[in-house]
Design a protein around this ligand. Sequence first.
Ligand code: 0O2
Length: 211
Amino acid sequence: MSEEQRKELKRLLLKYTAALKTLETQISILIQDYEQQNNYNLVEHVKSRIKCLESAEKKLVSRNYEVTVENIEKHVHDMVGVRIVCAFLSDVYKIVEMIEKSETIQVYAKKDYIAHPKESGYSSYHLLVYVPIYLLDGKEMVEAEIQIRTLAMDFWASLDHKIQYKFQGSVPKQVQDNMYKCAIDINDLDHKMLILNDKMQEYKEEKDRKE
Ligand code: 0O2
């Protein structure tokens, strides 16, 4: 890598760091505000990261792009990533709505892998967004990806990541099929838990009315 490219990369990483900080702060404020207004905590936990250069390189190579700093910025849309994990399916859509209303975070694409799971069985809601950052030269919008999923979806995706997703080569069909079946079970559990929670909410409201 030339000195020029090294400088470019350093600056790009600074932009990603700034975007990640802005995104984390904004999301945290939105969650707290929602909790204050609704007396309900929408989120179990939030995880964030800047994609490592090795993964970014792999992504570029897999898509037949030359590995350059320019191509990372242009073609790797999830260099800045935040994952929001919540309890119930309905929470996912409330979080999406909350982020869409934000004036700081600009949503430019939505991928609903809950309504339309991937072939593997992967289920989550992805928002592709722009986040404003302010450097010496002024304002810039930086791309980021927000993944929103339930605890159950997160359990499946985290294990899938270890079992097959990152495996370089072809995964035995039996493993693929069984992972898919587990995803169906996970989806089933999410629906059952949602129904149980709704029932419990109704029960509590009824009880409060009577008292
Ligand atoms: P990692 O290591 O998790 O970061 P784009 O990224 O928008 O150019 P792409 O790759 O089609 O295009 O985006 P997609 O599929 O909408 O989202 C990619 C991310 O979703 C992945 O990032 C994973 O985090 C997650 N994902 C997608 N499919 C699966 C799956 O089958 N299993 C698991 N566990 N996660 C999945 P990375 O960069 O591929 O990986």
